[in-house]
Structure formats: structure tokens, C-alpha cells
Design a protein around this ligand. Structure first.
Ligand SMILES: Cc1ncc(COP(=O)(O)O)c(C=O)c1O
Length: 370
């Protein structure tokens, strides 16, 4: 194929519509610091995410940094997390002066395995930071039970689950705080951006302070904050994309059905199944390459790439392989057998609504070749 097919494409509003928004911003000259578009997006996201509190941030990583900080976890304490995630997850723990402790994942959901969490708890554990991987929700009930038993905070990295519901309950309502990323690669995007959702109203003031340098008034600085503010241009893109993401999900549903119709039942390909209790976000299409497929995951990746199809080995390497974490006792391969197995098997296929018919067919033909 001449054209390069990447794993995703950003959902962008019509340029004319964005220009109208920009004209307004240029007229009011209110460009950042909780401007009108920012405040409107926060209000609207409450409805879309079905939550009582939303705090916008300039990206998901800053949001997660702030979430951990807002919960006042004791400095140097341990946070149990998963290695099967993006770098931002353990990095936010470390940047807060906390210690990531890796726990293995479940083979089907690829999320943290709740049955292995208790063994990782020590007197120094303060929280669990779990990730809803590829839109598969963590076992939120089991995680909450463990957290309650051991008085731990629960934070969810929900970068992959915008608008997901579990048994009709919006996913941003579980744990103490959930982070959503609005990066350009995500279903709902503000190009860079993110937010926190939480039920405890008292966190609102704390989070507001932390994302604005801790500044409360002209002469009052209450906290050691940071610059986590979303600007008006990001918010404008977000407001327009709120009208687009559902249609994008509908298109991705058709693409998913097509991929599944071609790839399901093929020897050596496993397609992780979304449980019927979950209303899916439609952010990724991962496949798992088993030993009895005609080639290995890496060979398939290379074969596709030679045809200009850029599928993604996501997540590879896993966080416990990084130079900065590999010496941690919890990063050992013996502690993380499932994550270490899946890192060599998962491939995320190109997944966006505007992927043309001809390329959908070619991607599947190429996978099934031979
Ligand atoms: C699981 C996960 N966590 C955190 C992030 C970081 O979000 P951001 O890029 O908005 O900072 C991402 C993606 O970018 C992600 O996929």
C-alpha cells in the first residue's frame, strides 16, 4: 500500500467551526486560566461522563500527578500498580515521591489482577493505581473491597475508557479519583488534555489549587501546586468534539465487527472479549497472537509494516522493563508472568472511523496471508 496506515487518527472538528470558536476567544481575549469555554466543557463533561465532579487539566499526565497529590499519600509510601500500561502511570507515582510496586495482570482483561494485590500490600502501602486497559474495566468491586480492608486509596487511570459504563454505571464513579486523557490518540480529544472525576466534593478546591500553582487569591498561595491548567483553545476543540465522538464510536463499532468477522476463530488469534455488562468506549482493537499462529507477533508486526500498516506493539516494552524500574524487586519476570507473556503477543490494529473500506480489507488479508 502506498499510503501509510497508522494505528489511529485524531478526531478533529470542522475547521470552520473551530474558526468560529477562535474568533470568540480572540474577541474576549480570555485565553486560559479557567475561561468560559473551559468552564462550559467541565459542566458538559459532567453529563457525558455521568459524574458529579470534573476538573480539567492540560494533559492526562498532569491530571494523574495532581490526583495522587490531592489524596495526600504519605511521602515515600508504596502504590500498587500495573506494568501493563503507558509510561505516565508509574512515572506519576515516582514524580510524587512515591514508590511504584508492580502487580501482575489478568490474561483476559489485561488489567491488574485483584487476586494478586493483597500479596503486594505492606505496612507502607498507601494506594492502588489501576488502569482500565484498552477499554476493559478493572474488577472495580474486588479492588474496592481490598482497598477498604486495608484503608488504601484507589485511583484509576481511565485514559482508555471515555464514556465506558459498567452495568450502566459510568466508569468515572469508581475509586477515589479517575483520570481521563484527551490526547490526540484518544477517542475524545482536546489535542492535549485530560480531566479528573471524583465523588468527594471536598477534593474540588484541593485539585483547583494544585493545578494552578497552589494560588488561591492574589496574595494567597495555599499549596505546592503546578501548572495543570487547560487553555481555551483546547477547551474549544473539546466542546466541538463532544458533538462528534458518539458518531465516531458508531463507525468504530462497524470496524470492530468487520475485523472480528474476519479474524475470529482463526487458529492462533485470540480476540479479547468485552463482557456484556460493559458499554464500551471503542478506543482500541487489540488481538493476541498465540504460539500456534503461523508467525510470531513480532513477525506479523514486521510483515504489516512492510506493507505500510503501522499496527502497534502496545504495550511493549512494559513499564517493569524500563531502565528506571527494572531493578525494583516487584519488576522481576517471576512476579509478572502474565504481563511478560502478553507484552510479546498483543498487537493493536488500526482503529478509527474513517479507515477506508479498501484498507480494512487489506489489513485483514495481510494478517490472514499464507
Ligand atoms: C494508560 C495511559 N495513561 C496515561 C496516559 C497519559 O495521558 P496524556 O498523554 O494525556 O498525558 C496515556 C496516554 O497518553 C495512557 O494511554
Amino acid at each position: 500500500m502506498d499510503k501509510k496506515i497508522f494505528v489511529t487518527q485524531p478526531l478533529l472538528p470542522e475547521l470552520e467551526a473551530l474558526n468560529e470558536e477562535l474568533k470568540e476567544i480572540w474577541t474576549t481575549k480570555k485565553v486560559t486560566n479557567a475561561g468560559p469555554k473551559h468552564n462550559l466543557l467541565e459542566e458538559k463533561l459532567k453529563e457525558h461522563l455521568g459524574v458529579s465532579n470534573v476538573s480539567l487539566c492540560n494533559n492526562g499526565t498532569l491530571a494523574l500527578l495532581i490526583a495522587l497529590r490531592a489524596l495526600s499519600l504519605p511521602y515515600g509510601s508504596e502504590v500498587i500498580t500495573t506494568p501493563f500500561t503507558f509510561a505516565a502511570t508509574p512515572h506519576c507515582i515516582s514524580w510524587n515521591g512515591l514508590k511504584p510496586v508492580f502487580c501482575d495482570i489478568e490474561p483476559e482483561t489485561m488489567c491488574i489482577n485483584p487476586d494478586k494485590i493483597e500479596a503486594a500490600i505492606t505496612p507502607n502501602t498507601s494506594a492502588i493505581l489501576a488502569v482500565h486497559v484498552y477499554g476493559f474495566p478493572c474488577n472495580v468491586e474486588k479492588i474496592q473491597k481490598i482497598a477498604d480492608k486495608h484503608s488504601l486509596k484507589v485511583i484509576y487511570d481511565g485514559a482508555h475508557v471515555f464514556s465506558t459504563k459498567i452495568n450502566g454505571v459510568d466508569i468515572g464513579n469508581f475509586g477515589d479519583i479517575t483520570m481521563f486523557s484527551f490526547h490526540a490518540t484518544k477517542l475524545f480529544t482536546t489535542i492535549e488534555g485530560g480531566c479528573l472525576t471524583y465523588q468527594d466534593d471536598t477534593l474540588k478546591r484541593k485539585i483547583y489549587n494544585l493545578r494552578n500553582f497552589g494560588i488561591r487569591g492574589e496574595e494567597v498561595v495555599e499549596d505546592i501546586g503546578i501548572n495543570g491548567k487547560m487553555n481555551e483553545l483546547q477547551a474549544a476543540v473539546g466542546l466541538l468534539n463532544l458533538d462528534l465522538y458518539k458518531e465516531e464510536q458508531a463507525k468504530r463499532k462497524i470496524l470492530r465487527e468487520y475485523y472480528t468477522s474476519r479474524l475470529e476463530g482463526i487458529k492462533g488469534i485470540r480476540i479479547p472479549k468485552m463482557p456484556p455488562s460493559v458499554t464500551d468506549s471503542y478506543q482500541y482493537y487489540p488481538i493476541v497472537i498465540e504460539d500456534n499462529f503461523r508467525v510470531s507477533r513480532d513477525e506479523l508486526y514486521a510483515q504489516l509494516r512492510a506493507k505500510n500498516i503501522y499496527a502497534r506493539k502496545y504495550f511493549y516494552p512494559i513499564c517493569s522493563d524500563y531502565d528506571c524500574y527494572k531493578e525494583l524487586p516487584s519488576a522481576s519476570k517471576e512476579n509478572l508472568p502474565v504481563a511478560n507473556d502478553l507484552k510479546n503477543r498483543v498487537l493493536c490494529l488500526p482503529f478509527y472511523g474513517s479507515l477506508e473500506e479498501e484498507y480494512r480489507v487489506k489489513i485483514c488479508d495481510e494478517i490472514l496471508r499464507g
